[in-house]
Design a protein around this ligand. Structure first.
Ligand SMILES: Cc1ncc(C[n+]2csc(CCOP(=O)(O)OP(=O)(O)O)c2C)c(N)n1
Ligand code: SF4
Ligand SMILES: [Mg+2]
Length: 388
């Protein structure tokens, strides 16, 4: 990759400011390197020396590793948000582990001063499942990309979610394979020309939130990389949810898919084109809060509020993220620009027993019934074959 601030495709890298973020939020401390080569999976990072006693700060969660994302990449803002939220969770660093697969996004564990595991492509949910099931006290985070999580890892994604382990899954959706330099992903738009689809994509894209909801996710949310305040609040809510939490973050890959979400995330158009879902509040949007969402039969529709319309906030759908039935959350996940404002926020937050608690109960019950087992005895019990 180029080291002069240009991407490998020769496109000039533009540094874009994240809301309420200084240079540390986006492309801050990088010396112009592109995404680092695909390397070193399997490494476990244990971070730098322990901080002094007292409340931890954001800095305590930053590792001493040089961040190897392209300048201007949305990954910085996400890293910044997660590091910012960590001290408020009150979890000691040695009880936190970040697990990733492969991709630019999957370099994340290196930069967190916690335990971390950069694993194999698409398999972070499987590794995280093992970690959480065997040590439920840990706060386990999965960081994945749209390729890692939904292509090669689609199967693992679905099963980790439906098991409802108390995991936090953050999917960086840049609608492209970044690390391998710009091939289309399962979230790339139909017709999009990429390195691997020179005549345009002919697969229909998937909506990550729809997949998560269909897989029985108990917490589903979406945020935007550059909206750091909102993203941080979503990350915090996800962390506090007991059960699996799935957060999709719209992340700009300014080298291979620049501006993928700009038509609604750009600061000046955002109020008109993004719907911030808030529990218990009517679904209203627009700089002047003059438009809303209501049901028209079985379909949502955008309505104009005020003036001659005679409609007001009380005519709008009220967001209830705690409804057990996932139908409304699914419907919201299908709403898209330009017909609808793009919804962000928490779509669904319901309680269900977690896999690790159910597993612990089964183990306790079994021990109470038959006593603590011995592996040696188990192996040598029952029908055995002797190979001679
Ligand atoms: C088994 C295997 N197949 C393919 C690859 C090549 N590969 C590495 S990363 C990647 C896709 C990454 O895309 P995404 O998950 O969207 O991450 P991003 O780089 O965009 O953050 C692919 C196909 C690999 N490393 N291993
Ligand atoms: S996601 Fe894109 S901008 Fe970010 S490090 Fe990878 S190639 Fe660079
Ligand atoms: Mg990607």
């Amino acid at each position: 990759m180029s080291t002069n601030g240009n991407g490998s495709n020769g496109k000039e890298v533009v540094q874009k400011g994240a809301d309420e973020t200084s240079v540390e939020g986006i492309g801050g401390n990088v010396s112009g390197a592109g995404p680092s080569p695909e390397s070193e999976p399997g490494s476990v990072t244990a971070g730098k020396a322990a901080p002094p006693p007292g409340k931890l700060t954001k800095a305590d969660f930053s590792s001493d590793q040089e961040v190897r994302w392209c300048p201007g990449c949305g990954d910085y803002a996400i890293l910044n948000s997660v590091q910012k939220v960590m001290p408020d969770l009150g979890i000691p660093r040695e009880k936190i582990v970040f697990v990733s697969g492969i991709g630019c996004s999957s370099r994340f564990p290196y930069y967190m001063n916690t335990y971390g595991f950069h694993t194999i492509h698409g398999r972070a949910p499987a590794l995280a499942t093992g970690i959480k099931a065997s040590n439920p006290e840990l706060s386990v985070w999965v960081v994945t990309g749209d390729g890692d999580g939904l292509s090669i890892g689609g199967n693992h994604f679905m099963h980790a979610i439906r098991r409802n382990l108390d995991l936090n899954i953050i999917l960086f959706n840049n609608r492209i394979y970044g690390l391998t330099k710009g091939q289309y992903s399962p979230t790339s738009e139909f017709g999009k020309k990429t390195k691997s689809t020179p005549m345009g994509v002919i697969d229909y894209p998937v909506t990550p939130l729809s997949l998560a909801i269909a897989s029985e996710a108990t917490f589903v949310a979406r945020a935007i990389d550059i909206d750091v305040k909102h993203l941080s609040s979503i990350v915090e809510s996800a962390a506090k949810h007991k059960g699996v939490s799935f957060v999709e973050v719209y992340q700009n890959c300014n080298i291979f898919n620049d501006g993928a979400f700009e038509h609604f995330t750009e600061r000046t158009v955002r109020p008109e084109r993004v719907l911030y879902l808030e529990h218990g509040k009517p679904m209203v949007f627009g700089k002047n809060r003059d438009r809303g969402i209501r049901m028209n039969g079985t379909r949502p529709e955008v309505i104009q509020l005020g003036g001659e319309t005679g409609l007001n906030e009380s005519d709008c759908l009220v967001h209830d993220m705690h409804i057990e039935d996932p139908s409304v959350a699914f419907m919201l996940a299908r709403m898209e620009q330009p017909e609808f404002p793009q919804p962000v926020g928490i779509f669904r937050d319901v309680r269900r027993e977690t896999y690790e608690d159910l597993l612990a109960h089964q183990i306790e019950e079994s021990i109470a019934r038959t006593g603590r087992g011995q592996l040696h005895k188990l192996i040598h019990s029952g029908d055995m074959w002797v190979v001679e």
